[in-house]
Write a protein of this length. Sequence first.
Length: 278
Amino acid sequence: MTDSLARGCLAKMAVEPGDPARYTLRAGDDRLPLGPLLGEPLRLAWSGAIACTNCGRATRKSFGQGHCYPCFKRLARCDTCIMKPELCHYFQGTCREPEWGESHCFQPHIVYLANASGLKVGITRATQVPTRWLDQGAIQALPILEVDSRQQSGFVEMLFKEEVSDRTNWRAMLKGETPELDLPGERDRLLERLAPGLAELRERFGADAIRELDASPRSFTYPVLEYPTKVASHNFDKRAEVAGRLMGIKGQYLMLDSGVINLRKFTGYEVAVSHGES
Ligand SMILES: [Zn+2]
């Protein structure tokens, strides 16, 4: 016997900071707080359907985390310049959706250091903090610079990538063995080392275009009973049913005793979640 807990197309889990962070699974209109389910057997069954998160149309395959192919080709948020903001082509008049660009890209962005699996640099819209860090499974984060647009943040990030990775090793993140870092110390070291490059960017975008922030480091904890020693991942495309005891939640991953699943990867998949025997 199984109890149905939620049913519908998956969206990114909602997460709020706390000790530990509080996660809510979102499937269609259903909202399922996951904290109370820690240690419980869960079952997620994919119906085989995927709906585009933008237009709602059925799609056989998900493009760009939950879009149908036409939306993936049409929406500015699915364009290459979102992942590589230094390629922003708004000023060439070729932005896929100029109004969307103005409200999302031409907004203050921050450049931050985070620690999910070691030191990394990242960029995000100022309003996405701290959700962005929780979505990555960061245990620490520190905003270091603020700029006026996504494109500028891309140039700053490219400079930082000479010294720091911009990637998270998700397997390491899920093992929970990442040591803490002195992020303010790393910030000071990097700002000094990259001072000539930052001066060049300020010359290009204006003296006050790249502003140093005097923020305090943040720390995050996650609801985890036990970290996996070996990280195996579930994939609805290979097996439509995922079941196991919920051992933890970190980033956008559910950690089951049978393996982990990145729910964000399956945005738009129609899933039934039940409290069932595994
Ligand atoms: Zn669509």
